[in-house]
Design a protein around this ligand. Structure first.
Ligand code: SF4
Ligand code: SF4
Length: 298
């Protein structure tokens, strides 16, 4: 998507909400600079941490629940609201704001964000947005990315003198790490969108998708305490890794969903031959019985 398209889409959405555009229509490259600062000295400090629509990525959940030393079940119960992401029809977890306290984020305090070093990805990237030129992807297989500034009207951070390059800002925010951790999840969302509206995800698939992308303890039990390992072959090294490491398990989950929901092969796990044979047999039996039924109608 190019900068004009990004800007037009944002303008349209904002006009509907009768707001001004917040996107500065200037393309920024990694070495370009901007001035910004967000610290307890800015007059608007923490004012933006309310009424935000924050979709938690799987890696956000892994980091925050670890930071809070909380199991995923409890974290999701206290802080997340499941919802269907309209653009793609897949289930996601939204961070619940505190309704009875003016929509305040549950993690904001007068001295700042309680989980600052583990805050969600969407709190990290502001004020730098990212866009990709998809037409270049199609033509050359290469992805061209560029950046733009998002300027919220109430944000006083742009009056600060600290100068950043886009690269330095992204480094400071751990943006590359977060991008690499969330890439598999974003690919699943895009894959679902490419199927269009007709391909609605069945309720069981939605449940599975939500569990695998939000709840590492449940997903781990699903692998090690159900018939999962009777169905799939997973190598010993991977099993050791995902038994102990939530981030490794999360990435394994993206591979599993690619295969279980979208039928794409993965190098991380393989359907066992006897399971595959039995699935093929069932499909053939279904086809044959449908064919016989149709013949009977003629
Ligand atoms: S998670 Fe932290 S940075 Fe993000 S809205 Fe809440 S308090 Fe603000
Ligand atoms: S409005 Fe801008 S400067 Fe103020 S706290 Fe939020 S991000 Fe920081």
């Amino acid at each position: 998507m190019g900068i004009e398209e990004v800007k037009n889409k944002a303008d349209l959405a904002l006009k509907r909400g009768k707001l001004r555009s917040v996107i500065d229509p200037v393309r920024l490259e990694r070495k370009d600079t901007f001035r910004f600062g967000c610290h307890p000295g800015v007059p608007c400090f923490t004012r933006c941490c309310r009424n935000m629509n924050i979709i938690l990525t799987p890696y956000d959940i892994v980091r925050i629940k670890e930071r809070l030393e909380m199991p995923a079940d409890l974290f999701l119960h206290l802080y997340a609201q499941p919802e269907i992401f309209v653009q793609t029809g897949v289930p996601v977890a939204r961070l619940k704001m505190l309704e009875d306290e003016g929509g305040r984020c549950p993690f904001v305090t007068p001295s700042g964000c309680q989980i600052y070093t583990d805050r969600p990805v969407c709190c990290r990237y502001y004020p730098i947005g990212i866009a990709s030129l998809h037409q270049h992807e199609k033509n050359s297989g290469e992805k061209e990315e560029f950046f733009f500034l998002i300027k919220e009207g109430h944000c006083q951070g742009f009056k600060e003198q600290t100068e950043w390059t886009v690269d330095a800002w992204r480094g400071d925010q751990e943006a590359d790490l977060y991008d690499s951790m969330n890439r598999g999840w974003l690919e699943l969302l895009l894959r679902k969108r490419s199927f269009g509206d007709e391909a609605e995800m069945p309720p069981k698939a939605r449940q599975l998708f939500y569990m695998v992308t939000t709840n590492m303890e449940r997903f781990r039990s699903f692998i090690f305490e159900s018939r999962f390992l009777d169905t799939y072959t997973v190598n010993e090294e991977t099993l050791k890794r995902i038994l102990e490491d939530d981030a490794a398990l999360m990435k394994f989950g993206f591979e599993y969903l690619k295969q279980a929901i979208f039928g794409t092969e993965s190098s991380e796990l393989k359907l066992k031959k006897e399971v595959l044979d039995s699935q093929v047999k069932k499909i053939m039996e279904k086809r044959n019985s449908a064919r016989l039924k149709n013949r009977g109608k003629l």
